[in-house]
Design a protein around this ligand. Structure first.
Ligand SMILES: *[C@@H]1O[C@H](CO)[C@@H](O)[C@H](O)[C@H]1NC(C)=O
Ligand SMILES: *[C@@H]1O[C@H](CO)[C@@H](O)[C@H](O)[C@H]1NC(C)=O
Ligand SMILES: *[C@@H]1O[C@H](CO)[C@@H](O)[C@H](O)[C@H]1NC(C)=O
Ligand SMILES: *[C@@H]1O[C@H](CO)[C@@H](O)[C@H](O)[C@H]1NC(C)=O
Length: 456
């Protein structure tokens, strides 16, 4: 009986001791009686505010858990030269402050209070890629729940270093990292967690970034890891922000004009080689292209060699080559019509084979030049031969006159020369066609290569 009573007494004592200890653990509970009549009493919070220099945990062996998330609200700029991304984001942090707690029932039902953040301990979360001072405005507020849960949001203009690869400009995608971690707290003191799922971050950010800016947010990926330095291990959450450039502006301003110019350059091969206008035309195009390149220099990225620069350089080379080709053909035609050099035998047979011309009497010159439509009007450089043509008598006329010996010899000589001229002119035209086809082939190859590269 007595033992039983003693047992009960012990139990009660234990219960009282336990309640007392609980009470000690609850010593941070704020006495907020009268808040509903006289407003919040600053004195009631003073004890909690005085502790803001310290990590708000009761047991220092237990790390504080800070859950973070962010909302990317703008991608302001990417600087290819300095390899910097300027973005704007809201960083949200949530943690439990064990020094602040109250009973809402005693406090007129107040569940949440906003408190100036300067009065509270704030985790020192920073972004490792920061390349500029954090220009967070001062005087921000934090929301504190009755159970000590603190929610703190801060706007940040983030100038972060990012490995920018502009090879595929303007069809490039960039993958920038934002690594959040604490300045000084190691994993023994602070652990980081996610406040929201990463797809929620992506969704809210995508809804916010509906500006008409240059960049589209493609995706956000997240990875948590522990960073080991010689001062200890630090908790870290890395976000990979994938963005893509909107290429429309560049396609309209860079690719379309350049393609038009190169297409006109290709089409200018259809200007007759004998006309004097082809070379000046190509020269004008080349000049126009240079002016275009000068103007476009401002739009292109400042550093690195994007594929589009190679494309422009190749376009320019093609134009120069086509101008050189025109000069070469003009020279050939000039040579052919003024003083045709003797034609190598293989070339001769090749040309004859090509046109399937038959070696025959004085009709050969006409036949050889027939397919080429060689009229004096088309050959401004053709001075001598024109005269020759003028002096060549009509075959029927020659037949009528009975072809006196000396005249026949002279006529045959002239006819042979004329034939040579015709063959050389024919050769020039064949060269022109051949080079034009090579030009087209090369251009098609390189345009297809560039397009394939851009699509990968
Ligand atoms: C809270 O403070 C009021 C006076 O401001 C006092 O009367 C009351 O006893 C206190 N309550 C507790 C639980 O300390
Ligand atoms: C503090 O936390 C550590 C680790 O959880 C535990 O071993 C220790 O007993 C705690 N101290 C107190 C006083 O509760
Ligand atoms: C942080 O997240 C963890 C797990 O996601 C959760 O258990 C914890 O309660 C969160 N802390 C806060 C302060 O919300
Ligand atoms: C970004 O880069 C990281 C590591 O370099 C990679 O794990 C991630 O998948 C990349 N994200 C995208 C969208 O390419």
């Amino acid at each position: 009986m007595e033992r039983g009573w003693l047992h009960q007494e012990r139990f009660l004592l234990g219960l009282i001791l336990y309640l007392l200890l609980q009470g000690r653990g609850d010593s941070f509970t704020i006495n907020c009686s009268g808040f509903d009549q006289h407003g919040v009493d600053p004195a009631a919070f003073q004890a909690a505010f005085d502790r803001k220099a310290f990590r708000p945990v009761v047991n220092y062996s237990i790390p504080i858990q800070v859950n973070i998330s962010f909302t990317l609200s703008a991608i302001l700029e990417l600087n290819e030269q300095l390899q910097l991304m300027t973005s704007f984001l809201w960083l949200n942090m949530i943690w439990y402050n064990q020094f602040i707690r109250w009973n809402p029932a005693e406090c007129g039902g107040i569940r949440t209070l906003s408190i100036v953040a300067e009065n509270l301990w704030i985790p020192d979360i920073f972004i490792q890629e920061f390349m500029d001072v954090d220009q967070t405005p001062t005087g921000l507020m934090a929301y504190v729940n009755s159970d000590g849960r603190v929610k703190y949001d801060k706007p940040m203009q983030v100038v972060s270093i990012c490995n920018l690869d502009i090879f595929y400009f303007p069809f490039d995608e960039q993958n920038c990292t934002l690594s959040f971690s604490s300045f000084i707290y190691t994993v023994e003191n602070m652990v980081l967690g996610m406040e929201k799922e990463v797809w929620e971050i992506l969704n809210t950010s995508q809804n916010l970034i509906q500006s008409k800016g240059e960049w589209v947010l493609l995706g956000i990926h997240q990875r948590a890891l522990k960073m080991t330095l010689d001062t200890g291990q630090y908790d870290q959450i890395i976000f990979y922000v994938a963005i893509r450039r909107k290429p429309t502006l560049y396609v309209i301003n860079l690719l379309v004009p350049s393609s038009f110019l190169i297409a006109i350059d290709a089409l200018s091969f259809y200007l007759p080689a004998e006309s004097q206008t082809r070379a000046p035309f190509k020269m004008t195009l080349l000049l126009g292209y240079n002016v275009f390149l000068l103007m476009m220099n401002d739009i292109l990225p400042d550093s690195g060699t994007p594929l589009i620069s190679i494309y422009f350089a190749l376009c320019l080379s093609m134009m120069v080559l086509s101008l050189l080709e025109t000069i070469f053909i003009s020279y050939l035609l000039h040579l052919a019509t003024t003083q045709p050099p003797p034609m190598p035998r293989w070339l001769h047979s090749l040309l004859l084979h090509g046109t399937r011309a038959t070696r025959c009497c004085p009709t050969v010159p006409q036949k050889g030049t027939k397919g080429l439509d060689l009229t004096p009007a088309h050959l401004p450089g053709l001075k001598e031969p024109v005269e020759l043509v003028g002096t060549v008598p009509d075959p029927r006329e020659a037949d009528l006159r009975g072809c006196p010996g000396s005249t026949v010899a002279r006529q045959e000589d002239e006819a042979q020369k004329l034939q040579l001229v015709g063959l050389w002119v024919q050769f020039s035209h064949m060269m022109d066609t051949l080079l034009f086809r090579l030009y087209l082939l090369f251009m098609a190859t390189f345009v297809i290569t560039v397009i394939v590269l851009w699509n990968t």
